[in-house]
Design a protein around this ligand. Structure first.
Ligand code: GUN
Ligand code: FE
Length: 432
């Protein structure tokens, strides 16, 4: 048995409303699985090594439910456009470069190293349409020790030459070839079906992807109801669809209808403008939402009413959506989510209460973690993903509680704070 313990101030979400705090406690990892946090070292674990992190904070790893690896290189630049223009002028021209494997090697190495050193332990990632570069990205991510889903993007229309796949058949063929190449190849890196978004996919392509999803039992990621112009385009391309999500659902790319549980889970990024009917369908088909507040601000998309999703029982996690979002930090996504929810309450709807820190922490850990199974808590049976947080460079005249220090770490994260150690499924990740 491979067993060890971490000692420190342990915090995790036991529910959406509550952060459990276990001061100076022992957190047990047995064969990659959490066995709980204990105030006293239980006799049965006395023979195993204890890594003592003193007064530091220990929290579950953070999940990024939506990030674009090939956009990492231009994060923090080209921020003054709305979605559709931004895709044409910024995102697509950068993604075309990944046809060149030596460029992909340079850019994806930087991405993988940054993600390794970040607070993210698990991520759901878009690559590009290019098979070779996508496999290279998977290789690099596998070597980080993080656990990820990676998607070769599918798009056969409304994209420039060089990024637009030649036909629906060619896109489906390449996707199958990619799946056959990567299936079973990695321990920690899994494929996910990735239609870019409805405007970039013909009906024929969506039909082919629905078939592939069934045949390979795959999870799905895409974008949903992000921007008004985008939504209008979807309606004009698929006039028979009732709403945006209905279009994915028509092709079996929108969760699982009750009783027909084929394929893995589905995560849809943004959901800023989902109608009541779209939300109902997400709930019924158990589609998860990836809330990406930074991207929604940068691209002037709007504010997703996350409170409504949570109240309906729709599962929500957080996404950085780099490079719509400028940073890979999920701590930043937590505080952005809280801040935009306050503006929604103040400016849009006084019946939609702002998110609390407890809720944002839950979404970043246990919420998004659900996409990967039992992930994001320190309860018995959960996979052991942990971060040790060092806030020693943030002195305070009083003694702060671990809960106060965690909130401060999230808001002030940056030069003055540090991830001291990181564990994914019980393995320590090399940080520097
Ligand atoms: N919709 C389709 N592609 C993209 C993308 O790359 N970023 C964002 N934010 N939305 C998209
Ligand atoms: Fe995105």
């Amino acid at each position: 048995m491979d067993c060890f313990l971490l000692k420190g101030n342990v915090l995790y979400s036991s529910s959406m409303e509550k952060i459990e705090v276990c001061p100076n406690s022992f957190l047990v990892c047995e064969d990659g699985i959490c066995r709980g946090a204990f105030a006293e070292l239980p006799d049965r674990y006395k023979a195993f090594p204890v890594y003592d992190y003193g007064d530091k904070l220990i929290i579950p790893g953070l999940t990024d439910l939506h990030i674009h690896a090939p956009q990492f290189a231009f994060r923090g630049m080209d921020m003054d456009l709305e979605l559709m223009e931004w895709l044409q002028c910024c995102a697509f021209p950068e993604e075309i470069k990944y046809a060149d494997i030596s460029y992909a090697q340079k850019a994806y190495s930087i991405f993988a190293q940054t993600l390794r050193e970040s607070a993210t332990t698990r991520a759901v990632i878009f690559a590009t349409v290019h098979q070779k570069a996508t496999e290279l990205l998977m290789e690099l991510l596998e070597n980080t020790g993080l656990i990820t889903y990676v998607g070769k993007v599918c798009m056969d229309q409304n994209a420039p030459e060089g990024l637009r796949e030649k036909s629906a058949e060619a896109s489906a063929f390449d996707t199958i070839e990619w799946l056959n190449h990567v299936s079973g190849k990695y321990q920690r890196t899994r494929p996910i079906l990735t239609p870019r978004f409805i405007p970039a996919c013909s009906g024929k392509l969506l039909e082919e992807l629905g078939k592939i999803r069934r045949a390979y039992d795959l999870p799905v990621q895409s974008h949903l109801s992000e921007n008004p112009e985008e939504i209008e385009l979807v309606q004009s391309l698929f006039p028979e669809s009732l709403f945006y999500g209905d279009c994915y659902d028509h092709y079996n790319l929108f969760g699982s209808k009750p009783g027909t549980c084929f394929g893995g889970q589905t995560v849809m990024a943004h959901c800023v403008y989902s109608s009541g009917a779209e939300m109902e369908l997400m709930k019924r088909n158990d589609v998860m939402a990836a809330h990406c507040p930074a991207s929604n601000m940068n691209l002037s998309s709007g504010i997703a009413p996350v409170r409504k999703y949570l109240d309906m029982g729709i599962r929500v996690g957080l996404g950085s959506d780099v490079a719509g979002g400028q940073t890979e930090s999920i701590f930043r996504a937590m505080t952005d989510a809280i801040q935009v929810s306050k503006m929604y309450w103040r400016l849009v709807d006084r019946n939609t209460k702002p998110l609390t820190f407890e809720e944002a922490f839950y979404m970043a850990t246990a919420g998004g973690g659900q996409f990967f199974g039992r992930v994001g808590k320190f309860e018995e049976g959960y996979e052991f993903d942990a971060l040790v947080l060092n806030d020693e460079k943030l002195p305070h005249p009083q003694e702060l509680s671990p809960r106060q220090r965690l909130e401060r770490f999230a808001y002030l994260g940056g030069d003055m704070t540090e991830i001291e150690a990181k564990y994914v499924a019980g393995r320590e990740i090399r940080l520097h």
